[in-house]
Ligand binder design. Structure first.
Ligand SMILES: [Zn+2]
Length: 115
């Protein structure tokens, strides 16, 4: 069910549910001066849990478990990279490997672009 919600709504539902009261402030502080680790966008950022909260609740507030990934726009790195483009319940076990591949793909797209 929650995986069918858009990510912003899913985040709100989660906050209203079982999340630590410290999560919203930690999330906001984490995202200050961040950019998407994949595409470099600075807007619509999400603090993605590398090991997801629903499986690893003890890592909810562990900053080393967070990645800044964008949502919306032409890329939805949060969904495509963080959740392997499958479902909000899936997670990529090695998101840095996926990020390296995506960056190489984006670079090749820019290199090969023509007007
Ligand atoms: Zn991105």
């Amino acid at each position: 069910m929650a995986d069918e919600l858009n990510p912003r709504l899913a985040s709100i539902v989660t906050i209203l549910g079982e999340r630590s009261p410290k999560w919203p402030a930690l999330r906001a502080a984490f995202l200050v001066n961040r950019k998407c680790e994949c595409c470099g966008r600075r807007t619509n950022l999400n603090a993605h849990h590398i090991k997801p909260y629903h499986l690893f609740p003890s890592l909810e507030l562990d900053v080393s478990n967070l990645l800044a990934l964008c949502e919306g726009g032409p890329w939805n790195c949060h969904f495509l990279i963080g959740h392997a483009g499958k479902s909000w319940k899936w997670y990529h076990p090695d998101p840095w490997a996926a990020i390296r591949e995506a960056r190489a793909f984006l670079k090749s797209m820019r290199t090969n672009a023509v007007r």
